[in-house]
Design a binder for this molecule. Structure first.
Ligand SMILES: C[S@@+](CC[C@H](N)C(=O)[O-])C[C@H]1O[C@@H](n2cnc3c(N)ncnc32)[C@H](O)[C@@H]1O
Length: 322
C-alpha cells in the first residue's frame, strides 16, 4: 500500500524543501515511540519519511474494512483527532469522496501547520480543512462529526486517560469512531479498556470484533493485525534497512451507533497452511478457536484458502481442532 499520488507528491515536495537525511531524527523518533513518548519534539521530516507511510497504510486498511462492513456510512464530516500531518484525513477522503468537512485537531502547532500545508495540495475538502489547536483529551463543546478518527494518538496519553478520552471522542461521533493504535500489547490493552467502556454506552463494534460480548483475549495474547508496505529509498536510508518493505503491526477498534456487529468470525493470526489444509485462529461469538479446514472439503477449503490475517470468515463446513 503506497500513499495516493497527490499525497505522495505533497509529502515529497515538503521534504524537498526541508532537506536532511532524517537518519538521526528517525533513530530518535523510533526510540521516543518505543519508550511510549509523545510527538511533541519530534522531527517532522523524520515522521514523514519513517512513520507516515506505515500509519497511512494501517489507517487505510482499517477504513477500508469499515467501508466494507458499512457501505451506507457515507460520512460528510470528519474529526481527525491527533491528526499529525493529516494522515487519516487523506485516507478517508480517498475512500469517501463525499467527505466535505474535515477538521484537523492536534495540540502541536508544528504538526497542524504541516497538515494544512500538505492538505492545500489535496482535493477540495482537504484543501478547505480546518486546523484546530486543541487537546483530544478535553474536546470543546460542539466538536462533532459523522466520523471521528484517532490514529496513533491515544498512545501518547497516560494509559489511565485512554478510556475517558475515547468516551469524549465517542460523544463527538455522530456515526462512527475509529481508533488505531500500535499493534503492541499496550496498544491493544488501551483499546480493550476503551471497548468495554464504550459498549456500556451503547456503542456497536463494527470491526475487528464480530460480537459485543466480553473480549476473549487472555494471557499473553493480544489482538493485532499487520499490513505490508513498500519502503522508499529515503526510508531505507533513514532506517538503515536491508529489505524493500516493512510490516506495520497495528491494533484497532471501529464502533458505530447503529445496527449489529458483523456476522462471522475474524482471523486474528496468520493462517497456517499445510498439506492437509489450513488452520485459522478465529475470534468468534466471544471466544477464540482454531478452525481447521481440510483440503478435501473442496467447497469450504476453496472459500478460505486465500483468506488472510485480518479477514473475516462466514460460517463454512469445517472440522474444529481441539
Ligand atoms: C504519532 S502521531 C499520529 C499522527 C497521525 N494521526 C498519524 O496516524 O500519522 C500523534 C499525534 O497526536 C498528537 N497528540 C498527542 N497528544 C495529543 C493531545 N493530548 N491532544 C491533541 N493532540 C495530541 C501529536 O501532536 C501528534 O500529532
Amino acid at each position: 500500500m503506497s500513499l495516493p499520488d497527490r499525497f505522495q507528491a505533497a509529502v515529497s515536495g515538503w521534504l524537498a524543501g526541508h532537506s536532511g537525511s532524517h537518519r538521526e531524527g528517525s533513530a530518535a523518533l523510533s526510540a521516543t515511540y518505543r519508550a511510549g513518548g509523545s510527538s511533541a519534539r519530534i522531527d517532522l521530516g523524520s515522521y514523514l519519511v519513517t512513520r507516515l507511510p506505515a500509519t497511512f497504510a494501517a489507517v487505510n486498511r482499517v477504513l477500508a474494512e469499515l467501508a466494507r462492513r458499512r457501505p451506507d456510512l457515507a460520512p460528510e464530516s470528519l474529526l481527525d483527532a491527533g491528526s499529525g500531518p493529516g494522515t487519516a484525513s487523506w485516507a478517508a477522503s480517498d475512500l469517501w469522496p463525499d467527505l466535505a468537512r474535515i477538521t484537523f485537531l492536534d495540540n502541536s502547532p508544528a504538526f497542524l501547520a504541516l497538515a494544512a500545508e500538505l492538505a492545500r495540495q489535496g482535493p477540495p475538502a482537504l484543501a478547505a480543512a480546518i486546523a484546530l489547536k486543541g487537546r483530544i483529551d478535553s474536546l470543546t463543546e460542539g466538536a462533532a462529526a459523522d466520523l471521528t478518527i484517532a490514529a496513533y494518538a491515544l498512545a501518547e496519553l497516560p494509559v489511565e486517560q485512554a478510556a475517558a478520552t475515547a468516551e469524549g471522542l465517542w460523544r463527538a461521533s455522530r456515526k462512527a469512531l475509529v481508533l488505531v493504535e500500535p499493534g503492541t500489547p499496550q496498544g491493544f490493552a488501551r483499546l480493550r479498556s476503551v471497548r468495554s467502556r464504550l459498549l456500556r454506552l451503547g456503542a456497536v463494534p463494527a470491526a475487528p470484533c464480530t460480537h459485543a460480548l466480553d473480549c476473549p483475549m487472555s494471557g499473553s495474547d493480544w489482538c493485532h493485525f499487520s499490513v505490508r508496505l513498500p519502503r522508499s529509498r529515503a526510508h531505507m536510508h533513514a532506517k538503515a534497512a536491508t529489505v524493500p518493505f516493512e510490516d506495520e503491526r497495528f491494533a484497532y477498534l471501529v464502533l458505530v451507533r447503529e445496527g449489529a456487529p458483523p456476522e462471522g468470525a475474524r482471523i486474528i493470526a496468520p493462517p497456517q497452511h499445510a498439506k492437509p489444509g489450513v488452520t485459522l485462529r478465529l475470534c468468534t461469538e466471544g471466544r477464540l478457536e482454531n478452525r481447521h479446514v481440510a483440503r478435501r472439503d473442496g467447497a469450504a477449503y476453496k472459500q478460505v484458502r486465500k483468506l488472510e490475517w485480518g479477514d473475516m470468515i462466514s460460517p463454512v463446513t469445517e472440522e474444529d481442532t481441539p
